[in-house]
Each structure stands twice: as C-alpha cells, then as structure tokens.
Design a protein around this ligand. Structure first.
Ligand code: ARG
Length: 471
C-alpha cells in the first residue's frame, strides 16, 4: 500500500482523537475544517457532555462491558477535565471539531489510552442529542422560573392598582372603560399558558437517547434504564433511529419561546404607547430607559423596544430550525449541527427579555388622573346606554342605532355630557360576572393567580396527558 506524503495533510491534527486515522489518506481542507467545526458554539454543552459521559461510563462498568478499574479511571479523569473547565483552564482546539472530541482528547491527555474505552457502545449522534436534552431541561426550568417571576410582578402591580380605571381599546380606539388591573391580568393569562406549554414540552423532552449509538443501537449489553435513572430521565427513547434524528424538543422550546416573546412584545408595545405624551398613562422607570444623543428632553423606552425587536429574532430561530429539519432523511445528518445556535440564541433572548420585563414592571408609575380622564370620554358609555334601552324592551340592534346617532350628534357639541350618562366606575362595576372587569371579579382573578403561583412552589406536578373518565 502506498503511503501518501504527509504534506497532503492540510491541517496539523487531522487525525485528532483518531477519528480520521484509519479511513482517510488526506487531511482536511483548512477552510472546510473551520466550516465543519462546531466547537465555537457547542462548547456551551461542556457540562452536559461530561455529565452524560459519567453516566455512560458508570453503566459500562456496572454491566462489565469495561473493567471496573477502567471505569473509575475514566470517571475520575472526566471530573478533572470538568474541574479544569470550571477554573477556566481548559483550552479548546478548533481542529478537534466539537465539544465531544475536545473532551475526549483532554481525557486522553490525563489518563492515557484507557480514555478510548469511554466511547464504547456510543456515537456522537446519541451523545450530542443527550447533551441537548439535558440542556433543554435546564433551560426549560429557568424559563419557567422567570415566567413565574414576571407573573408575580404583574399580579402585584394589578393588586396595587385595583381602583384605577383606564379606557379599554379595540382597533386601538377607545371602547369601554376597564380596570387597569383587568388589563394587566390579561397578560398574566397569556404567560400562564406559556408556562403550561413549557411544562408540557418538558414531559416530551424527558427521554434518554443514549444507547441508540449511531442509529441502529449497539451490540454491547447496555442498560439504558440505568443511564436514564442516573441522569434523572423518566424513560429511554423508544426507537434508536428516531432518537438520533429527533429535534422536536428543541423546536418546541423555540415555538414556546416565540409565543412568550410575542406576548412580551405586546406588553412592551403597550408600555411604549402608554408612556408617550400622546397617552401619558404611565412613566417608565429611568433604569430601563435611555436618553437621546441630540434631544435633551428625550427619555426613550429602549428596554421595551428591544424586547419588542428581539421577538423577530426568536421567530427567526424557530423558522431556521424548522427549515433545517424539513425533509431530512433518517437518521442523523450533519445539517443537525445547525440546531444549536438558534437554540442557544432563543434561550438567551427569552430569558433576557423575561428578566428585563420582570425588573421593569414593578417600577412603572401609572398616571391615574390621565387614565381616568380618558376613561370618562362620554362616548365610552355608548354600549351601556344601548344596554339600558334594551332592558326597557327595545331590541338591541335598534338601541345600538339610536345610541350611535346620539353619539354622532353629541360629538358635535364639544365638552357636553348628558347628565344621566353612567360614570366609568358604574360601567366597570356593571360587568360583574366571571371574567368581567368589576372590582370583585378582578380580585377573584388576582386571588386565583396568587394561588397558581403558590402551587408552583410545591413539588413539580406531572403534566396531565389524559383525562380520567368517570365510571
Ligand atoms: N458536532 C456534531 C453535531 O453537533 C456532533 C455529532 C456528529 N456526528 C457525526 N456523525 N458527525 O451535530
């Protein structure tokens, strides 16, 4: 067999970790090596990768697939590699492609060739998806905690401002007066659904893929339940081919995050509008605003604008990965390396945005007078006047037309309000049913919200997958 000259080798460590050792005659093109490498971003999975490897090696030793002493040496070595990393003393090498090979090589430098036994019954395909599932679980928990913190801030603000009345809008036109607390609690409902979605996704992400190996499983007598148990997963994945190519749990995280961002963007937008001179309903805390470089009078709602703006990038992350996953043949394809950057970006963005909003909401100052004046706009009484006629027996459609004409006539006489028009308090109090804006009903929402938040502090409940049928 002809031995090719080494100057064909284009990168220094093409045979690093031995993955090119047997099969290849030429080194990697240096431009391709860069293109191929994921270490610049998958280094984020360092801790998860070590955690997964320790669980794997414990199983290999327990099942006598490798000698117990080798298992202990590998585990010990991995702990040392982790300690180096935590001290900031780990050197990442791009020529080692990704976090998995970087760690394996560092382990080899510590304990020698025994390190090579770690990859028994494993492939990077099941390894990387395990790391991602561990990461998803952690981020899911953080997002739920941050959602709960923002929800708590909203409830508190609502309770504080229970007596403030503001116009409610449809089509951004003043419609009917509502309690400010009712308006704020609408956001609580959105975020509560978001929290529930993250909880539901966690249930589906809770499967342990290791043992799937490259795609078909492994010839070694592995114990997947044991590994799942060590890592705190409920069950091993059911199909090795699905397991190495499934990124649904990442996509769910991206969708759930998009939904959160959409909700936050709505809240942000309203705060931007409400803090403008045109509305004047609130003042945003200085700590979350910026000045203008040219106009001394300006106080700009940058934090809210950024939350609104970053929504687009999280949608982009979702669409990017959906598109990457589209039409991929089974099983693992390198395309899937593109899952990480959108995932990390969305996680950072949604967590950052939730923290900003949770910090900002408690310090919003509402201008009660300005809101009340706007809510006292007599045209806002139109529905209630039509309802009054309807109670007297006039069909609602007819009442609607009569009051409409009256409002048109009144709007021409400036500043005059007929004496028997209902005031804003009377109008909000009249909507006294579940989900209405009467004081008592909004307090009911607030109390239910507080109970919900308290229930989160208890042990996590399994999301319900099926409803029990009676009888
Ligand atoms: N860096 C790779 C990724 O993120 C790890 C898996 C590589 N697997 C392979 N067969 N090349 O997807």
């Amino acid at each position: 067999m002809a031995v090719r000259s080494r100057n064909k080798t284009k990168t220094g460590s093409d045979d690093a970790a031995g993955i090119r050792k047997g099969r290849f005659r030429e080194g990697m093109d240096p431009v391709f090596a860069r293109f191929n490498a994921s270490i610049s971003f998958d280094k984020r999975l360092f801790e998860q990768d070590i955690q997964g490897s320790i669980a794997h090696v414990k199983m290999l030793a327990a099942e006598r697939i490798i000698p117990e002493s080798d298992g202990l040496a590998i585990e010990q070595g991995l702990q040392e590699v982790l300690a180096d990393y935590r001290r900031g003393e780990f050197t990442f090498r791009e020529e080692l492609e990704d976090v998995h090979i970087n760690i394996e090589e560092a382990l080899k430098a510590k304990i020698g060739d025994i390190a090579g036994k770690l990859h028994t019954a494993r492939s990077r395909n099941d390894q990387v998806v395990l790391d991602l599932r561990l990461y998803a679980r952690e981020k899911n928990e953080q997002v739920r905690a941050d959602l709960a913190a923002l929800m708590a801030a909203i409830v508190q603000k609502a309770e504080e401002s229970i007596d403030l009345i503001v116009p409610g809008y449809t089509h951004l036109q003043r419609a009917q007066p509502v309690r400010l607390a009712h308006h704020l609690m609408a956001y609580f409902q959105m975020l509560m659904r978001d929290l529930d979605r993250f909880r539901g996704s966690l249930f589906r992400a809770d499967e342990m893929p290791l043992g799937s190996a490259a795609l078909a499983g492994t010839t070694f007598p592995i114990n997947r339940e044991y590994v799942a148990g060590i890592l705190g997963f409920s069950r091993p994945t059911a199909n090795s081919m699905d397991a190495v190519s499934d990124r649904d749990f990442v996509l769910e995280f991206l969708f759930n995050s998009s939904m959160v961002m959409m909700h936050l963007s709505r809240l942000a937008e309203e705060l931007i509008l409400w803090s403008s001179s045109e509305y004047g309903y609130c003042t945003l805390p200085d700590a979350y605003c910026s000045g203008s470089s040219i106009m001394p009078q300006k106080k700009n709602p940058d934090a809210c604008e950024l939350v609104r703006g970053k929504t687009g990038r999280v949608y982009g992350d979702l669409v990017a990965l959906l598109t990457t996953a589209k039409a991929l043949p089974l099983t693992y394809n390198k395309d899937l390396q593109e899952d990480k950057e959108p995932f990390f970006d969305a996680a950072d963005t949604v967590l950052g945005s939730l923290k900003i909003m949770a910090g900002l909401v408690p310090s919003i100052e509402f201008n009660a007078k300005r809101m009340y004046e706007a809510a006292s706009d007599p045209s806002l009484a139109a529905t209630d006047l039509a309802d009054r006629l309807t109670r007297e027996g006039v069909p609602f459609r007819e009442a609607h037309a009569k009051i409409g004409a009256l409002v048109r006539a009144e709007s021409t006489k400036k500043g005059k309000t007929p004496r028997d028009f209902p005031n804003p308090e009377a109008m909000v109090e009249a909507r006294d049913h579940i989900g209405g804006t009467a004081r008592e009903r909004v307090m009911e929402q607030i109390n239910a919200a507080k109970m919900f938040l308290t229930s989160l502090e208890g042990p996590p409940r399994e999301p319900k997958t099926s409803r029990k049928r009676k009888g």
